[in-house]
Design a protein around this ligand. Sequence first.
Ligand code: ZN
Length: 150
Amino acid sequence: MNDFQDLYQEIVMDHNRRPRNFGKLEDATSFANGFNPLCGDEINVYVKLVDDEIADIAFNGDSCAISKSSASMLTDGVKGKKISDAIQIFESFREMITRKPGEDFSSDILGDLEILSGVSQFPARIKCATLPWHTFHTALTENDQSVSTE
Ligand code: ZN
């Protein structure tokens, strides 16, 4: 275990224990439901858009620690952002998570979300980490749809 992995475990556990923005947004303007059949993760993402800004965001559902932590960090990371900036964060996140081992990656927009790159040590869990992101992206682009990782 190196320091980065320790930090990864610690942050994931913290977000799993105390998920940020957990619940349902009654006044959501966009919604999507995501399912990862490999692990059984199910997640709902609620977004309240005001003009071109993510005024509020929340999630709920029944998912594993990785998926819940990733959703918690996602909601923290995009709340208050413009839609176009949030989509850039999504794309950068996807690139970080799906890059090949040893491939260089750097981003100046992910900030704390870079800690989730630790999941690439556990390939079976990558879909758990990306599920909330695909669900969020679906809510923004095709409101009221379901998305599956398979
Ligand atoms: Zn999972």
